[in-house]
Design a protein around this ligand. Structure first.
Ligand SMILES: C[S@@+](CC[C@H](N)C(=O)[O-])C[C@H]1O[C@@H](n2cnc3c(N)ncnc32)[C@H](O)[C@@H]1O
Length: 189
């Protein structure tokens, strides 16, 4: 069962994002999937590329905390970072979320591993670059979720083809929300 304080904050944020047009948040069903996935795979060290107002981050951080872990979430818009911090605080998640404001590529380059979970959900043109930047820092069986592979299929086609050609990932589309490419890092023997 979802932590009550987080669940309440998710509800409040859903009301807010219904009033703005720049949230671009994952749908609730996708949030539930991400939460279950993280709980199931036991990920502890999570990275989110594209914080926006913190909607997906609430689902992710809540599950990582259950596993004893933490989330680093990145957005280049300081106004959104600030708003997201307030929602993480309201959900009681401040201690396990590090909100970074900056260009995703710069922040990713600065991170050290291991990383067990990534939500790849910022500028779609950079999805390949972002996976390239984290690939060597991923733990064995880390999960990388890339959003919008169904609703923005044209823009994500190159990414999907690219990741499926790599022998260090097993990748498939999960038809949840806007379509999420689930790519599992594996050690090539
Ligand atoms: C689709 S939204 C993220 C939605 C969020 N994951 C959720 O479901 O609640 C994409 C976000 O990526 C941010 N973004 C776009 N390009 C970026 C970049 N190059 N570096 C950092 N953030 C970026 C935007 O400001 C926007 O808030």
């Amino acid at each position: 069962m979802m932590n009550e304080r987080v669940a309440r904050t998710i509800g409040e944020l859903e009301q807010f994002i219904a009033t703005v047009d720049d949230a671009l948040a994952i749908p609730r069903q996708a949030g539930e999937f991400v939460h279950a996935l993280i709980l199931g795979c036991g990920a502890k060290h999570g990275v989110e590329i594209g914080t926006s107002y913190g909607y997906s981050g609430l689902w992710i951080a809540s599950a990582l905390r259950e596993n004893g872990g933490t989330l680093i979430t990145i957005d280049h818009d300081p106004r959104k970072s600030e708003a997201a911090r307030k929602y993480f605080d309201s959900g009681g998640l401040t201690a396990c979320v590090d909100v970074r404001t900056g260009r995703a590529a710069d922040v990713l380059e600065s991170l050290s591993g291991p990383i067990d979970f990534v939500l790849n959900d910022a500028d779609k043109e950079s999805c390949i670059r972002y996976v390239e930047l984290v690939a060597e820092k991923l733990s064995d069986r880390a999960a990388v979720l890339t959003d919008n592979t169904i609703d923005l299929a044209d823009r994500l086609a190159e990414f999907v083809a690219w990741i499926r050609r790599r022998d260090d990932f097993y990748s498939t589309t999960v038809p949840v929300g806007n379509g999420m490419e689930l790519s599992i890092k594996r050690t090539v023997r």
